[in-house]
Ligand binder design. Structure first.
Ligand code: SF4
Length: 356
């Protein structure tokens, strides 16, 4: 075993994280946690993870659920393709593997939404596979520990890191603890800013530390300016219900409930009558909201309208009416939830102004 692996394993035994709710060798729990933890902090994930398991305690329950129910439990976590892929993968495990999670990293990686590092983590934790992980935290540790220059997202740097990762693996029996140790080191000591090198179990061999380059490594990624987009949404209320559409599966917010988007050059009332068969009276426009996605920035505006009359069959072909009291459990993306909360509180303010 390499000195690096030996030190890490001993450190994890004493100082690593042992109380994470997904610790253990159950592939369903490990898989779910790995997917939720992509782009998301542990503190945020814990509550979602526990609620998800109460509702879908095993792969069979997840596979049998509707996509909307899965997305409703994911609401607020973002990156919803993760939930859609998780759901599809559960159905594949039931249909193609008889409900048994596949054991080989190569098989696991064939499931929707599972990349090489995630497949390796599941296989290492649950089946002691000698397969290396290489997520963002591990790349940071390697860049510093071994003094590896180059954008960690670039193919050549990544390839060097995969080779290093493979060469460092301990024996199969130690794979779960070693894999957890790497994750713990990146999450607790070798952090992006202000790493705690004085407590690091591999400080003695750390190139970045010896060369005083800890702040320089990993090399910064080439920065890209995110393009700006804008969208106008129609919040059409009928009594205490709001009209929401189910987004098509591809694209942002696929499968989630979102208010209709009005084309930029359309007159809202005319568009509503023509496209949804709804007669609406404009009430107010909400203050714009900005949401930053991975690849672009979205400025959202919302027009609050009230439906006049009762003819709305055409609208129902596009989506559904959701009561204000049911929005908390609905499959809404977080920014849409904010828009709806803003609409409800502005309506309450308007009501109290009238009352005064
Ligand atoms: S010594 Fe510091 S920079 Fe090097 S691996 Fe440890 S925590 Fe990271």
């Amino acid at each position: 075993m390499s000195d690096f692996s030996r030190r890490l394993i001993a450190w994890q035994h004493k100082h690593g994280r042992h109380d994470l709710p997904w610790s253990g060798a159950d592939p369903y729990r490990v898989w779910l946690s790995e997917i939720m933890l992509q782009q998301t902090q542990v503190a945020t994930v814990v509550g979602y993870f526990e609620r998800f398991l109460v509702r879908f305690p095993d792969i069979a329950a997840l596979a049998a659920a509707s996509q909307e129910d899965v997305l409703a439990l994911w609401s607020g976590l973002g990156y919803y393709a993760r939930a859609r892929n998780l759901h599809r993968a559960a159905r594949i495990v039931m249909e193609q593997y008889g409900g048994q999670f596949p054991r080989q990293p190569e098989q696991i990686q064939q499931l929707p939404g599972i990349g090489r590092s995630t497949a390796a983590a599941i296989a290492a934790f649950c089946f002691n596979a000698r397969s290396p992980i290489l997520d963002g935290n591990v790349k940071r540790v390697f860049a510093r520990q071994f003094g590896m220059d180059g954008d960690p997202a670039a193919r050549a740097t990544e390839e060097r890191m995969w080779q290093t990762a493979q060469a460092l693996l301990p024996a199969a029996a130690a794979m779960p603890r070693y894999t957890q140790a790497l994750m713990d080191l990146g999450a607790t000591l070798c952090t992006r800013s202000r790493p705690r090198c004085d407590q690091c179990p591999v400080a003695a061999s750390c190139v970045a530390r010896a060369e005083n380059r800890v702040a320089e490594l990993p090399s910064p990624r080439a920065r890209r300016v995110k393009p700006n987009k804008s969208a106008r949404y129609l919040l059409a209320w009928r009594g205490d219900e709001v009209f929401l559409e189910i987004r098509p599966p591809a694209g942002i917010w696929g499968g989630l409930l979102v208010p209709p988007e009005i084309p930029p050059d359309a007159v809202a009332a005319d568009w509503c009558r023509r496209e949804l068969g709804l007669n609406v009276a404009f009430e107010r426009e909400l203050a714009p909201l900005r949401h930053v996605f991975t690849h672009f920035v979205l400025d959202m505006r919302a027009l609050v309208c009230r439906v006049q009359g009762s003819a709305n069959l055409a609208a129902e072909a596009h989506g559904r009416w959701v009561k204000a009291g049911q929005l908390a459990g609905a499959a809404l993306p977080a920014p849409v939830r904010l828009l709806l909360d803003a609409a409800l509180s502005s309506a309450r303010r308007a009501d109290s102004d009238i009352a005064e």
